[in-house]
Design a protein around this ligand. Sequence first.
Ligand SMILES: C[S@@+](CC[C@H](N)C(=O)[O-])C[C@H]1O[C@@H](n2cnc3c(N)ncnc32)[C@H](O)[C@@H]1O
Length: 275
Amino acid sequence: MTTEQDVARHYSHGALERTILDALRSSGKDIDKLQPSDLSAADEFHLGWKAATAELANDLALSPGMRLLDIGSGIGGPARYFAEQHDANVVGVDLTEEFVAVANALTARCGLSDRASFVPASALSLPFKDGAFDRATLIHVGMNIADKAGAIREVHRVLRQDGIFAVYDIMRMGDGELSYPMPWAETNATSFVETPDTYRRLLKDAGFVIEAERNRREMALELNRKMREDIAKNGPSPLGMHIVMGPAAGVRMGNLMTALSAGTIAPIQMLARKR
Ligand SMILES: C[S@@+](CC[C@H](N)C(=O)[O-])C[C@H]1O[C@@H](n2cnc3c(N)ncnc32)[C@H](O)[C@@H]1O
C-alpha cells in the first residue's frame, strides 16, 4: 500500500454522511435547510477551528468571485466558509474519496454548490491548468505529505502570478518524540511534521515570497480549554470532531494537545505570494 492509500484509509469512515446527518437531527437541525454554521462543530478539522478559518480568510484578502483552491479540503468546512462569507469560487481537492463525496453532499444541503465543489485528487498532481487560481490554501494537510517540495511546486504552478498561497499546518517547534495516534496519523509511518524553517526554504525554492507568518498556539490552547469547559458543563454535543475522528478521537486530541502544550509542535500559518 502506498503512503497516499494509507492516508486515505486513515481518514475513511465508511458511513460518515449518515452519521453526520443523524447527529444534526439529534441536535434539532433541519437537514433539508442547513446553514454552513450548523456544521462547524464537525467540519473544521484543524486547530483553532472556525475562528482560525475566519482569520485565514481575512488574511487572504478574499473578494467576490476569486478562484480559490483548497488542497486537502476534508469534508469542506473551510471551503464553505470561503464561499458563503466571502463569495469566493472554491474548488476543494482531497485524497479521501469519502470526504469528497460528503463535502459535495453537505455543500448541496447548504445551497452552496454553485460556489464550492470538491474533486478527488492528490496535492502532488493537481488536475488544473497553470495559473487557474487566485488563492490556494493547505490547512492541516502537510503533516501527511512527505514530498512537500513537490506539493508546493504544484501549488505554485496552478496559482496565477501574484496569487497567494496560505499554508496552515502543524509544524515542529522543539525536540521530543510525538506520541501516536495523532488526529492526522495512526503512527509515524504517515506523519511528516516539519519545522517552519523547512517550509520557508521550500516555499522560497519554489518561487514564493513569504509575506506573513502567524503562530496560532495560544488561540488553539484557549479554544480547546473553552471547549473542554463547555463539555464538562453541558456534556458532549451530538455533533463534534469525534464524528470525523472516530472512537479514538479523545486519545488523538489528547496526544495533540500534550505536544502543543509542551511546545514540541504548533499550528503555524504562512502567507506566500507567487513571484
Ligand atoms: C486534518 S484533515 C484537514 C481537512 C481540512 N483542510 C480542514 O481543515 O477541515 C487533512 C486532510 O488532508 C487530506 N490529505 C492528506 N494528504 C493529502 C494529499 N497528498 N493530497 C490531497 N489531500 C490530502 C486528507 O484526506 C484529509 O482530508
